[in-house]
Write a protein that binds this ligand. Structure first.
Ligand code: ASP
Length: 405
């Protein structure tokens, strides 16, 4: 049986077992969860996380060195960032629009006693300045993605300029990259079991009453995620990327299932790069640049949730948002999704920043926190699909420069 099929089986079986235990025997669930489901999931996640920092360093360095000419780096960088920003804006608008029409927050919601501790988001200027690491080793030890990316770009750039002089280091990094990619393939064999454990935990521990109460909100978020994935990415890939959307989604599917079960763009990165390079035939140099950057700053699924959640909370608290406020929401949600780290649950914390920008109570977050894990899974799959779509499109548009040269 091929890997994708086995992962899907793991997903379905995990969901079924989790659901069954949740409905019939919560005690048995707790025991199995502690001794089976959590360990299975943890082994899988730890294994892929183990590879994230070395993969980002090796592959971005090589990617930049492989581009050769700094002009090409600038061009690819500009295309990538433009695609990220435009699609994130579209994502938020879909979320806001759908939530305004479907009104998930109009009805009886008990907001009494809702409380949520907000943590202050760092000022944008600091985030930007901090991209330059004062200590690259510390950045790697802490897993600070943007800093690692910046350092790798500089090293890759130096390798290009120094050429023959540093050929040894370059082949060292090339071989390091080979080792990492080999390990990703090895670890993926464990993916069906890891997925099983992760999904069983997620589904088994969600109270179904909570899901019923939040039904419409969940439907709106999931619907918006679907529209964005199939309409926005589907057409972008077809028109700009000249690729059949069906083969795009089919080829990238294994990575989406891993994102779905881990709820973490970062942890999925080794798999999503591997999948894009092997199944979607994105050249290594482009995939190595676009995807790590995207996993860190491009979170369309998160932006959608933030858009829907803002309207939902406004409706619950009976607040009418003005046009200016809507524009503010769009701008802050773009920033919030850029600032969201690719790990589980952070999108919800960053939502506090969006809410406070238009004076909505952050306590509203308490209403949606209970069911956020399930939505986190879905939006993370969308987050990394956006990065892959961008990689496919950049790869296609770069072709003409190769033939011209
Ligand atoms: N879990 C998401 C990701 O890793 C981020 C979030 O929305 O919480 O992409």
């Amino acid at each position: 049986m091929n890997l994708t099929v086995r992962i899907i089986l793991g997903l379905i079986l995990g969901a079924a077992v989790g659901l069954l235990l949740n409905l019939t025997s919560p005690e048995l669930f707790t025991t199995l969860n502690t001794w089976v489901f959590v360990p299975l999931g943890k082994i899988f996640i730890n294994f892929i996380k183990m590879l994230v920092v070395p993969i980002v360093f090796f592959s971005i360095t090589l990617g930049v060195a492989g581009l050769g000419d700094p002009k090409k780096l600038g061009r690819i960088g500009a295309k990538t960032i433009t695609f990220f920003l435009v699609t994130t804006c579209i994502a938020i608008l879909i979320g806001l629009g759908l939530a305004s029409v479907m009104k998930p927050g109009v009805g009886d919601f008990n907001t009494e006693g809702a409380s949520f501790e907000t943590t202050e988001a760092p000022p944008v200027v600091d985030t930007l300045l901090n991209i330059i690491p004062t200590n690259p080793v510390a950045a790697m030890a802490d897993g600070s993605m943007l800093q690692i990316i910046a350092f790798s770009i500089f090293v890759g750039f130096a390798l290009t300029i120094l050429g023959e002089k540093t050929a040894g280091i370059k082949s060292l990094i090339e071989q390091g990259n080979e080792i990492m990619m080999y390990l990703v393939n090895l670890i993926m064999r464990f993916a069906p079991y890891g997925t099983f454990g992760l999904i069983a935990t997620a589904i088994g521990s969600q109270g179904f009453d909570a899901i019923r109460a939040m039904g419409l909100y969940m439907i709106v978020v999931v619907l918006a995620l679907f529209i964005h994935t199939f309409v926005t990415y589907g057409s972008a890939v077809a028109i700009l990327g000249k690729t059949n959307p069906l083969s795009f989604f089919k080829g990238f599917f294994p990575a989406m299932t891993v994102a779905f079960s881990t709820s973490s763009s970062n942890a999925t990165l080794p798999v999503s790069m591997n999948t894009a390079q092997n199944n979607l035939k994105v050249p290594k140099s482009i995939s190595s640049f676009v995807q790590p950057l995207g996993a860190t700053i491009n979170m369309d699924g998160t932006a959608i949730m933030q858009g829907v959640a803002t309207i939902f909370i406004a409706q619950v608290f009976g607040v009418d948002l003005s046009m200016t406020q809507i524009v503010t929401v769009v701008l802050t949600a773009v920033l919030a999704s850029i600032g969201t780290a690719g790990v589980p649950g952070v999108g919800l914390i960053m939502l506090a920043m969006v809410l406070s920008s238009v004076g909505l109570p952050a306590e509203g977050i308490a209403l949606i926190i209970g069911i956020d894990r399930l939505l986190d899974m879905t939006r993370t799959a969308v987050n990394i699909t956006g990065d892959a779509a961008c990689a496919v499109i950049v790869a296609e548009t770069e072709k003409k420069h190769v033939t011209q040269a």
